[in-house]
Design a protein around this ligand. Structure first.
Ligand code: GAP
Length: 436
């Protein structure tokens, strides 16, 4: 089934159904930046809520923050982003196209893939942070940067969060928010963007049992992917070799998903040692160590991080859910999304327009409970089913002539197409059971 899915089909479906649009579409779009439409923003909210639940655990508290997007220069010096957060780039002197040298398609010993001429510049480092300036004076002191990861706002607020919540190690600080990277070559739609959201959790613990905590979080993240219905045969774990670890990491394992363009990183779980807190402590002059009364010692906590992009996960789920199959003699496109992820939970149809009034009454009732319910009275029932299948609606409810006689409706399952007749009084429970 899923061999039918391609990046082009997902991009087209997203635009056609209103999940995702190119940003500033009427001006021709912006490379690597997207807006999410009604269905897209509902689906994103579902993902974020599920993620927030998934970081709850039995080892310690999780505190949430909503940090600022702009950080001062000093903060990014301390974190190492000004010195280390760059990609190697190269330009073709003939067609002026710019590439990452670590791109799979680029071999500097071969001609440019865009124009076929071999005339490369030297390789240079390109810092991926967006720089801006605070206030009217364009001097060095006013330089600031949009955050390239949400994590640093967590680290710099670590002491405030700890003291205001009277937190005890181990505990986590979690955040969902925007991150910005001036990617040299944004590509594969939502896979590599310039403006995106991250869901990050920084777990603060003692160094002595941090490897055990690392394994715990790796397992927890695996359970999350199982729970949201991802085909686990398409997930693999990739441990970064020592020589490729980020400047802050002692161990990193990625969850990779098998996209049509190969296995690629979906989420990273990293043992960040106490690098970040030590750096911020050194550069800010503030003591970020935690005192342990039991042992009468102080320690700068070690951090285990879990980090996934909202849009990258969104794209993964669309690839994973997309199917083309035969139903009622037709080829249909269906998104077999987990009901918790599906943006619309059910749709109500009157069989014909004449039945709209009682059908709409049922729709209003269901909407009061489930909020995101559709009502559709246009076109044949078959077409209406197809429209809902394409956006992943788990249940369709048809109000027909029999409904008038005996207060029953038909309910249709998205994945199998099977239909049952049930009492209208039981519809609410039927939907609740399907989407729980
Ligand atoms: N705080 C650690 C960190 O930012 P990362 O591997 O650079 O690590 C974490 O990013 C996650 O953020 C990735 O696994 C991916 O899901 C998402 N991500 C990173 N860059 C992205 C981009 N340009 N577009 C979309 N998502 C991105």
């Amino acid at each position: 089934m899923n061999q039918h899915v391609t990046l082009d089909k997902i991009v087209a479906l997203c635009k056609r159904k209103g999940f995702v649009f190119p940003a500033a579409d009427i001006y021709g779009g912006i490379n690597g930046i997207y807006d999410f439409g009604h269905l897209g923003s509902l689906m994103k909210d579902n993902l974020k809520n599920l993620w927030k639940k998934s970081v709850q655990n039995d080892r310690g508290e999780i505190y949430f923050i909503d940090g600022s997007l702009i950080g001062p220069q000093a903060m990014w010096h301390a974190s190492g982003h000004i010195e280390n957060f760059h990609d190697p780039m190269i330009d073709c002197m003939n067609c002026k196209k710019r590439f990452r040298t670590d791109d799979d398609n680029i071999d500097i010993n071969k001609p440019c893939p865009a124009c076929g001429i071999q005339k490369w510049t030297d390789i240079r480092d390109f810092n991926l942070m967006f720089q801006t300036q605070l206030g009217a004076l364009a001097d060095d002191a006013s330089k600031a940067y949009l955050r390239p990861e949400t994590a640093q706002t967590i680290f710099v607020q670590f002491k405030n969060i700890m003291s205001t919540n009277r937190a005890k190690l181990p505990f986590g600080i979690a955040q969902i928010g925007k991150a910005f990277r001036n990617e040299i070559t944004p590509k594969q739609f939502l896979f590599r963007m310039r403006e995106f959201e991250q869901m990050e959790m920084e777990w603060f613990c003692k160094a002595e049992n941090s490897m055990n905590q690392f394994d715990y979080w790796l397992q927890k993240r695996k359970e999350f992917y199982q729970a949201i219905g991802i085909n686990m045969n398409k997930i693999r774990m990739y441990e970064h070799p020592q020589e490729k670890l980020s400047h802050y990491s002692k161990k990193t394992v990625d969850f990779e998903y098998e996209f049509p363009f190969g296995f690629k990183e979906l989420e990273g779980v990293a043992h960040r040692t106490n690098f970040d807190l030590s750096q911020h402590s050194k550069h800010s002059g503030k003591d970020l160590a935690v005192f342990d009364q039991a042992t009468n010692t102080s320690e700068i906590p070690t951090v285990i991080e879990t980090s996934v992009g909202v849009e990258r996960l969104f794209l993964t789920l669309l690839f994973d859910a997309y199917c083309e199959d035969e139903m009622d003699g037709d080829t249909r496109v269906v998104l077999k999304l987990h009901p918790h992820i599906a943006p619309i939970k059910a749709a109500v149809f009157p069989l014909i327009k004449k039945l709209s009034e009682p059908a709409e009454k049922l729709y209003q009732q269901l909407k009061a409970t489930f909020t995101h319910i559709d009502f559709d009275e246009k076109g044949s029932i078959g077409k209406r089913y197809r429209r809902q299948d394409e956006i992943g609606t788990p249940v369709c409810i048809t109000y027909d002539f029999e409904s008038l006689e005996n207060n029953t409706v038909t309910v249709r399952d998205r994945d199998t197409g099977t239909q049952d007749r049930i009492a209208i009084d039981n519809v609410e429970q039927y939907i609740a059971d399907k989407i729980q």
